[in-house]
Design a protein around this ligand. Sequence first.
Ligand code: ADP
Ligand code: MG
Length: 740
Amino acid sequence: MQKFKKLQQNPHTPLTKLPFLLYNIKWFSSFIDTDVSGKDRKNPMDKKISEIFGAMVFNDDVMRERLPKEVYKSLTKTIATGRTIDPSIADVVANAMKDWAVEKGATHYTHWFQPLTGVTAEKHDAFISPVGSCKVVMEFSGKELIRGESDASSFPSGGLRATFEARGYTAWDPASYAFVKDGTLYIPTAFCSYTGEALDSKTPLLRSMDALNTQALRILRLFGDDQTKHVDITVGAEQEYFIIDKKMYDRRKDLVYTGRTLFGAPAPKGQELEDHYFGPLKTRIAAFMSDLDKALWTMGINAKTKHNEAAPAQHELAPIYATVNIAVDQNLLTMEYMKKIAEKHGLVCLLHEKPYAGVNGSGKHNNWSLTANGKNLLDPGKTPEENVQFLLILAAIIKAVDDYQDLLRISVAFPGNDHRLGAHEAPPAIVSVFVGEELESLIDSIVAGTAYKGAKKAMMDLGIPSVPVFRKDTTDRNRTSPFAFTGNKFEFRMLGSSQNIAMPNTVLNTAVAESFRQFADQLEGTKNIDTAIAKLIKETFAAHKRIIFDGNGYSEDWEQEAAARGLSNLRTSVDAYKTFMNPKNVSLFSSMGVMSETEMHSREEIYFENYCKIVNIEAQTMVVMASRDYIPAAERYVAQIADSAAKKKMVCEDVSCAVEKDLIRRLSNHLSEAYSAVERLKKEEKTAAAILDVKNRAEYYSYKVIPLMNELRSAVDSMEIITASDLWPVPTYGDMMFRV
Ligand code: ADP
Ligand code: MG
């Protein structure tokens, strides 16, 4: 780690500077030669990881090697200072990129961007340019590298751009490396409208990085640090996912259309034995994971940890952290590769937050920290009570989370995540901060003005002579907390597995920047700075202590206590969205230059729109499945039972048909319930779709349509458990989760 930290020292700013991915790569490959498994080594077909790592990335090493010295220098300087690139250099860079990409098998290039759909977008253009009437050459100009023009009319813009004003621009983000994938050179870009408004998730993120850097530097200066030129935001996103056999997946319309099962009675076994978490990997899964690792390493992504998760067929992948904008790009690529490589193994990767009811859903833990000059600013050191800079930063973060609970909640709010948050498996919808016993007692003593005794450094002795005695962590973990301090970073745990992590990080960066700004405004120029800082730390902890909660976030008591503390509890996405345009939120984003009020309006509209669309697709899928698959299947079974009862009577008049009668009665009842729910659902769905105001429409879906969906599911699931297996038209929960 020490080596890694040292390598992060180069100063850089977000939009323009070389990301430290390149340092990651160097650090990683410096020891990776020895890290390949023996099995791979023996197979000459398997290349060493150091040979494949980052092989498809146009990184700093490649630039240095491929660009004329002056151009390389000028480019890195341009990148470091944030100035516009010299067009003559752009041509040279573009040409080198093209030559390199063509050697890697590329025939096309694309401006890769992150529209507000939540997924990435790309349009491929061939490098070819005609020469004469029957020849072509491969060409790529600086202009094509720097700016792309795309018809933006089919991407969500939330009213920012009418369909007739179709022009949208993509602008090269040199801070994220270009790469080659499937025969195309990918150029990471930001996406904006003709009038310059951000139409993507990346632009506000880059702006938030800039804002946080500016304000964090002001804080460091207060502590006499004149050296640090840049504060880097680091993020490591742990990604959870489910795997299912492709043949089963194809037979489930709900998975195909919505990514989650909308029906399904629980399997006899769930996750209660806790035998899946960290369990040995099945051969097929291990083969998939191994291919995935290799693909990610080729793309310069530091895939590091993989293991089975809590639910059957659930797994996790964690990369080594990177600068936040790189981490965002890499997480999007990781999700894409997970899906693609699963297919090659006859599997499907489910990234939905809640593919199956009754077992854990999937989240994404967003580990977040700040680094300056290679030093982690969230490292409390051995004596946090003496580390004033750490305490001030900690106070700023706690204040930020308290002040912007609603924005943090919104940044993880969408229908898929509504099934997880507060469902006793994931953090509740209430935002709170876990700091651990040691820091909490320190904070308590600061607020009370009493002497801090310090944490006992307990040793762990297992009583086995051959096992070394080691020092215990001073705090245990708290898995139920939405925002937990984990030693030298905060772990924001409310994110859903399918989401782009850009927005949660944008909110976090901006909110912390705002705390820093207020602190710096108050402290700069103060005569007795030490006393002023101490006073501010105490006041801030006292004012925001209500957000600190170390207990069980899943308990009902906490809901009541949180209400008594005045914390917000935005249970559903729709409840959360309604707070987005609160004046304090508008003022935060606009004053920090992260999003204008107009840009926020567009996002608000998209939040509500997306919500309606997703619930609408789910409701329609349920109607189709119930009417055309489940009801006919149950009817067939009823007919079969009736037939068999009649035949029994023919053979033996006095035989009892009590079982048949009971089954027919019960199935008929459930059939009526299901049929009635389908009819009402169709009606309510029509009513919802006709509501013009998008907020009212979303509310209608949330309060009227979803309860009917639940009703329909319950009727169908009740039929499933009493219908003959061979007649049930789709794979069951047991099939899907245990037969991978
Ligand atoms: P766990 O949460 O299981 O204890 P780890 O300590 O291994 O996991 O870390 C989980 C994630 O946190 C990894 O992606 C790791 O790279 C990331 N991480 C570690 N240190 C930092 C940091 N300073 N900033 C951001 N992410 C970090
Ligand atoms: Mg974790």
